[in-house]
Design a binder for this molecule. Sequence first.
Ligand SMILES: [Fe+2]
Length: 257
Amino acid sequence: MNLELFREQMYRDGSVVIPGLLSDELVDKLKVKLREAIEKEAAYHNGTDYVDYGMVMMCCLYDQIFTELFEMDELMQYFNAILGEGCIVYAYTSSSMPPNASNFSNRVHVDCPRIIPNYITNMGAVLLLDDFTEANGATWYLPGSQEQWEMDPDYFFNHAERLVEKAGSVWFFNARTWHSGGQNYTDAWRHGMTINMCRPWMKQRIDIPKSMARAGKDIGQISDKAKQKLGFFAQVPENYEEYYVPREQRKYRQKVE
Ligand SMILES: [Fe+2]
């Protein structure tokens, strides 16, 4: 989609679907690696009896396919068009729904608490890894609701649209757009991932550079392009020593927007 049109629609509706953005091959690979990550995350929680079961909290802690996504201009261009090229990840989770269940998204909510008129601080993208249907929990969302402070659930469900789209589609949304996960009534998992990007002067939900380093991830194999999006160049120096290094080595060294 033309980026001017994308911007126009995002500012008006707070919501844009781009069908077929991800290839079938990429969708299959992401799904395989996501299933593995869901198992590892359940092992961390000693089982499946926790509220976020099925939701990987930080996808970039797992396979490198999850960091390589940030090298994909076809995907990043939409975030850059709204938040600027310096935007970074705020949160990077999966949005999978287990069979005959739902997840924590199943409530009428927004993903960002503040409203700054005509200025978007966070934008989400749901990457559909399975077809989203009414039966397997397709997300509900209300176009144009991004500047409403409160939402009556009855009004919401009477007026909301549903994200009934094919695997490989991506739903971009202003994090202020009111939405709700559905309920998966089928016997199969419904997989998806959500990238939430923010402005580089904001804090991430979990400190990604530090978490990845402490988890022993091989940071050296991540490209600078992906590192920038993961927040590696928007960190706060911890002391004088880190501050008084050459400019190109500083922890916050990316373009300020
Ligand atoms: Fe949400």
